[in-house]
Design a protein around this ligand. Structure first.
Ligand code: COA
Length: 217
């Protein structure tokens, strides 16, 4: 059991508090955000402290950190907070729903894995990865760091998912694909071939948009 400080005071942080409280052994003790976003000193009945000096109030030796943020900015915002909290010396938790199906897969830190995800055997998941609800994560695959799966995505077997990639709702990835770093696959879109780094693909069959993903999402 860890005492946990959650980053954020918006929906995702509120959901993380709910899931950790109702479906984990951990105890949430506080929230933290950057000082400029602090509009209250309390959220969900717990203290909110400025991220700039959170380590002086909740010492990294005693407390764990959790930053389950959205995929906005192609996951770079979440990466920044994750790395800054790591530099402060915090250990991280990951949350894996008791309603997810998995088989002792290797899963990194600061991952947020919600209900109804199926992670098949021999697939590994890196650090700072979000699997929102209901994804199929096929066998013999690899998901690198800072990736975001929204909901009901099918990642077929033997796929490699590069860092920072983002998959819209109901999107589909063919088996044996190498999905390059920073790929954005739009909602209800399908990827048939390996993608290019920071490429945006929409539709089925997919069309590659001219703008790179970091200018799109
Ligand atoms: C790919 C995406 C990021 C593009 O967003 P955008 O830059 O705001 O694009 P727009 O909505 O302005 O659409 C641009 C054009 O592409 C089309 N388009 C957008 N997404 C599409 C998709 N997934 N499939 C097919 N066509 C799509 C639009 O119809 C529009 O066509 P038009 O120019 O002929 O009118 C967005 O559509 C998407 O899929 N986001 C993921 C949403 C999601 O899954 N959210 C889950 C909650 S986190």
């Amino acid at each position: 059991m860890a005492k946990v400080v959650i980053f954020g005071i918006l929906d995702t942080a509120e959901l993380a508090h709910f899931y950790l409280t109702h479906d984990s052994e951990h105890e949430v003790v506080a929230f933290t955000v950057n000082r400029e976003y602090m509009n209250s000193t309390e959220f969900r009945g717990l203290p909110v402290v400025a991220f700039e000096d959170v380590e002086t109030v909740f010492t990294p030796g005693e407390y764990h950190f959790f930053a389950p943020m959205t995929g906005r900015g192609m996951n770079k915002n979440r990466e920044r907070v994750y790395l800054e909290a790591k530099a402060k010396g915090y250990p991280f938790i990951s949350y894996i729903s008791s309603k997810a199906t998995h088989f002792g897969n290797e899963i990194g830190e600061n991952c947020f894995i919600l209900e109804d995800n199926t992670i098949q055997p021999f697939t590994t998941i890196g650090n700072n990865v979000v699997l929102w609800s209901g994804n199929h994560i096929g066998h013999h695959g690899r998901i690198d760091d800072h990736v975001f799966f929204t909901s009901h995505v099918v990642m077929s077997g033997h796929c490699h998912i590069g860092s920072y990639s983002f998959f819209g709702v109901n999107s589909t990835i063919r088996d044996y694909l190498n999905v390059a770093e920073g790929t954005l696959l739009g909602m209800a879109s399908a990827l048939y071939k390996d993608s290019e780094p920071w490429g945006v693909y929409i539709g089925n069959p997919p069309k590659k948009l001219p703008k790179p993903s970091y200018e799109t999402y």
